[in-house]
Design a protein around this ligand. Structure first.
Ligand SMILES: [Zn+2]
Ligand SMILES: [Zn+2]
Length: 65
């Protein structure tokens, strides 16, 4: 999968594993602004190694039910 912002292959900055979403889950596009993406390998918020974009800011304080 490519990073939505820098067009490089999306690699987790934390563990250096390439991010590959499960087939069928992200066919609409890589990223939706309100969706946090976790690395399946290290379970951390995914950060693009190439451009540093964070796929899900730390917004827990703002989360409303
Ligand atoms: Zn990772
Ligand atoms: Zn990127």
């Amino acid at each position: 999968m490519k990073c939505s912002f820098c067009e490089h292959p999306l690699v987790c900055k934390a563990c250096n594993h390439s991010f590959q979403p499960r087939r069928g889950e992200t066919h609409q596009g890589a990223y939706q602004p309100d969706t946090e993406v976790l690395c399946p390998d290290c379970q951390k918020v995914l950060v693009c190694k190439a451009c540093g974009f964070v796929y899900g800011e730390d917004q827990e304080a703002e989360r409303n039910q």
